[in-house]
Design a protein around this ligand. Structure first.
Ligand SMILES: CCCCCCCC(=O)SCCNC(=O)CCNC(=O)[C@H](O)C(C)(C)COP(=O)(O)OP(=O)(O)OC[C@H]1O[C@@H](n2cnc3c(N)ncnc32)[C@H](O)[C@@H]1OP(=O)(O)O
Length: 216
């Protein structure tokens, strides 16, 4: 069993970026534009004066153009998992994934990781607040990246969530995670989503040190 060191208040932390840094070009810029479209559509709703027929035609033309130039999805899967380092495609941090908020994470010298994100309309559950499943998705990923940062990774076997207070949309959320203990193949990891220093959702995960093989 190995215990991670306790966080020492006021300690100087070295930061290391653990998520893809979006480029202002290529697929990343198209994905950033798509995120704007997703939010704008939800903002518009059905009572907008915008010409939705024309909007749909333009968006379908874009999808047709992409489909014409796309190769087999199996090749893309291999491409996604080639090389080392951070992923660019995942639904939480991925610069190439339009459904990712995206959350940017940094590793700290004390063994924890963290990042901030502000969520808008696409992530709504209760009125004006974040969907509980979205919080679970963010925390599952943050716990997984915490394990990578700590050096022993695994697959989520069990994720326990406590929802302490509604998590607001349109406000900066801080998300942190830390690997707590490794015992054989079992890894215990914790994380929290907070706003203004108050916990909204906390998570405890049991991970098992096993990996799904990469596509080749
Ligand atoms: C850097 C990028 C970060 C991304 C991170 C994202 C993380 C994810 O979302 S991963 C995807 C979601 N998770 C999954 O799909 C996992 C699906 N489940 C599985 O593949 C398997 O059940 C797996 C890997 C968890 C365990 O399988 P296996 O390797 O056969 O382990 P197994 O021998 O059954 O169990 C090992 C031990 O763990 C325990 N264990 C397994 N599952 C559980 C569970 N759900 N609850 C409690 N204990 C469990 C077993 O009891 C056993 O304990 P012991 O050694 O004391 O007898």
């Amino acid at each position: 069993m190995s215990e991670k060191p306790e966080l020492v208040p006021g300690e100087t932390r070295k930061l290391e970026v653990l998520t893809a840094i979006p480029k202002n070009e290529g697929v990343d810029s198209a994905v950033a534009a798509t995120r704007r479209v997703i939010s704008a559509l939800l903002h518009a709703g059905d009572r907008t004066s915008a010409e939705m027929g024309a909007v749909a035609a333009q968006l379908n033309a874009i999808a047709d153009h992409l489909d014409e130039h796309n190769g087999p999805v199996d090749d893309r899967l291999v491409d996604m998992w080639s090389g080392e380092g951070v992923t660019r495609h995942d639904p939480i941090t991925g610069a190439e994934n339009a459904i990712a908020p995206p959350l940017h994470l940094a590793g700290r010298e004390d063994g924890s990781i963290g990042g901030v994100v502000t969520l808008g309309l696409p992530y709504q559950g209760p009125p004006g607040h974040v969907h509980g499943g979205v919080s679970a998705m963010l925390l599952d990923h943050v716990l997984g990246v915490s394990n990578a940062w700590a050096g022993t990774s695994g697959m989520t076997a069990r994720l326990t969530l406590n929802y302490h207070r509604p998590t607001p949309l349109f406000q900066e959320l801080e998300i942190t995670g830390r690997q707590m203990k490794v015992e054989g193949r079992k890894i215990w990891t914790e994380g929290v989503i907070s706003v203004d220093g108050e916990p909204c959702v906390s998570a405890e995960g049991l991970f098992i040190n096993k990996q799904v093989p990469r596509p080749r």
